[in-house]
Ligand binder design. Structure first.
Ligand code: 5GW
Ligand code: MN
Length: 375
């Protein structure tokens, strides 16, 4: 009896299990078929775009780089075994070119820079009586500076009303930036670094690609074009042509941030002519201004002011291009054999008319006079 009961209940259990299994099978079949049906349209939609998506993901930035070939040009073939000049150094030990006449083809360079639609800012300071230099400066720049390119003149002055009215060529504009003047002439000269830095951040970075920062007591007398442009460039001071580094008038007091030891230094760079991309000029001017402020806090001022700090900067941040003395000469000086062009020359200043009596007393040890005597 018990055996029979057992068998009966075992049979029922088996039957129930079978039904349970069938239901499970049916439910999972329905589930999969519904899911399957639902996913079909998804797959068909995704299928072809998926292929495209995969394709887009595989495109690299490198595939999107524009190809900008130059047009056919006729010019003299460069010769690998024939140096263009042998009388001057044309490249630094860190392979930065030094720009001398007949070392470049301006047509090739113009074509390259026109393609980039380059915009150049020329900064100049005319504080107090130095506004007298503006007319000649801008007029000669119109004739010789970056002709055919986009140029913004940035004139920093405390006397905006002194700005002469000059008609500019197309693509060029003049921006007058009103700034405060400083009592000491050294400060007038040095604070240029701070102002160029601040305006680079605020304005220049949005308006131009390169900055060229120069003295105003100057005139252009030959072409100055895109051959000068590079990430960061300095200019050989006209007072030094290859003298030994220990004779350069670098700052020699260790207490100054501008200090350069006698066994270091490449060239003596002029304070009145440097430039580069806005980013690089920002870094340079920020360094110089910060170093000046550190020194000021320690009651020390470098011997040739902004020029000393610039020379310190270039010692450990090598310029990517160097302009020869063609780009910074002095009116009335003789013309040495190596100087084929005088593109930008310092005017002989009538010191009495331009500078204050008090300034003149302090200028007895004038930096230009001192340096010029050494030439
Ligand atoms: C005034 C007195 C002595 C020295 C400089 C100034 C002075 C310079 C000034 O009264 N106003 C002024 O705008 N500057 C700016 O600083 C000019 O842009 C000037 O070109 C620059 C450097 O001064 P320089 O040109 O007299 O300096 P050096 O070394 O070329 O003789
Ligand atoms: Mn000057």
């Amino acid at each position: 009896m018990q055996q029979e009961k057992y068998e009966k209940s075992g049979g029922r259990k088996y039957f129930l299990f079978l039904i349970y299994f069938m239901v499970l099978l049916l439910v999972s079949f329905c589930w999969f078929s519904i899911r399957g049906n639902r996913s079909y349209p998804d797959i068909s939609i995704l299928c072809s775009p998926q292929i495209r998506t995969v394709h887009i993901v595989n495109i690299s930035q490198l595939d999107l780089l524009p190809d900008l070939p130059l047009e056919r040009m006729m010019y003299e073939q460069p010769k690998a075994l024939k140096p263009l000049r042998t009388d001057v150094l044309m490249v630094t030990p860190w392979l930065a070119p030094i720009i001398w006449d007949s070392s470049f083809n301006i047509d090739i360079l113009n074509a390259q820079f026109h393609q980039k639609n380059v915009r150049i800012g020329l900064t100049v300071f005319a504080i107090k009586k130095y506004t007298v230099f503006l007319q000649t400066f801008v007029e000669t720049a119109e004739k010789f500076f970056m002709v055919g390119h986009k140029v913004n003149y940035y004139i920093f002055t405390d006397r905006p009303n002194d700005m002469p009215n000059i008609t500019l060529a197309e693509g060029r504009q003049l921006v007058v930036l009103k700034v405060l003047s400083y009592k000491r002439w050294q400060e007038v000269s040095m604070r240029r670094m701070e102002m160029i830095r601040d305006y680079s951040k605020e304005r220049f970075i949005h308006e131009v690609d390169y900055l060229v920062c120069v003295d105003v007591d100057m005139k252009f007398s030959d072409e100055v074009g895109v051959e000068i442009l590079s990430d960061v460039f300095g200019t050989l001071h006209p007072g030094y042509n290859g003298g030994p580094r220990e004779r350069f008038t670098y700052e020699r007091r260790k207490a100054s941030t501008a200090y350069i030891p006698p066994d270091e230094g490449d060239f003596y760079y002029a304070g009145g002519y440097f430039g580069g991309t806005v980013e690089e000029v920002y870094k340079l001017t920020n360094f110089c201004h910060t170093a000046m402020m550190t020194d000021k806090g320690n009651n020390i001022e470098a011997v040739w002011h902004d020029e000393s700090y610039l020379n310190k900067y270039f010692l450990y941040h090598k310029p990517t291009k160097i302009l020869s003395q063609e780009y910074l000469w002095v009116e009335g000086w003789g013309v040495p054999e190596f100087l084929k062009k005088r593109r930008f020359v310092a005017l002989q200043k009538n010191h009495n008319a331009i500078r204050n009596k008090r300034d003149l007393d302090r200028m007895r040890n004038s930096r230009m006079r001192n340096k010029f005597q050494k030439y």
